[in-house]
Ligand binder design. Structure first.
Ligand SMILES: O=P(O)(O)OC[C@@H](O)[C@H]1O[C@@H](OP(=O)(O)O)[C@@H](O)[C@@H](O)[C@@H]1O
Ligand SMILES: [Mg+2]
Ligand SMILES: [Zn+2]
Length: 179
């Protein structure tokens, strides 16, 4: 049976985002319902992976240890609710480094798909930025926009054809679990 894989963007989808970047564990604050949504998905048999741009590393705003501490906190909060978080992939590079992993390039989605040995076609990728949706489209995944984080601003842009729109991650989870 095919793995039920869901890929999430992080900032603005799981936790509050900031134009000043999320630079510490203290600044990493879950959005309402997001931890519960991940735990419920996990308990319903979904594998929840994360693909996140973290140019704050290249910009020197925080280091890898701090980033990993944020992800340890995420994992602990989801585990408290009986769920688990799958592979977390991040792009530590700056916009001008020409890497293959920074969204809107689909490199991180490809890494996740390879890790779980599943095709990317049709896999839901949930994000709040246009780059998230474009990354999904580039590999024939399903672009899903949430209105949290930068999502409301993104909604006003020219979205990839077929983009699904939900209020937040909890609404995405309800859709996937109940249908
Ligand atoms: O939404 P994800 O991919 O999880 O992470 C986004 C963050 O890495 C940061 O990405 C930056 O974009 P630039 O990297 O400076 O273009 C800005 O949008 C920040 O506000 C934001 O916190
Ligand atoms: Mg985001
Ligand atoms: Zn990169």
């Amino acid at each position: 049976m095919m793995l039920k894989l869901l890929i999430l963007d992080r900032d603005g989808v799981i936790n509050y985002d900031s134009d000043a970047y999320i630079k510490s564990v203290e600044e990493w604050i879950p959005l309402p319902g997001s931890i519960e949504a991940i735990a419920q998905l996990s308990k319903a048999g979904w594998t929840v992976a994360i693909a996140t741009n973290q140019s704050g590393i290249a910009r020197g705003y925080y280091d890898i240890a701090t980033l990993e501490a944020m992800h340890a906190r995420l994992r602990a909060l989801v585990a408290e609710q009986g769920g688990e978080v799958g592979l977390v992939v991040y792009c530590p590079h700056g916009p001008d480094e020409g890497c293959d992993c920074r969204k809107p390039k689909p490199g991180m989605l490809k890494i996740i798909a390879e890790h779980y040995k599943v095709p990317l076609a049709g896999i839901w990728f949930v994000g709040d930025s246009l780059g998230d949706l474009e990354a999904a489209k580039a590999v024939d995944s399903q672009p899903v926009l949430v209105k949290t984080g930068k999502g409301e601003k993104t909604q006003a842009k020219n979205l990839p054809v077929g983009t699904l729109i939900f209020d937040d991650l909890a609404a995405v989870a309800a859709e996937l679990i109940n249908n």
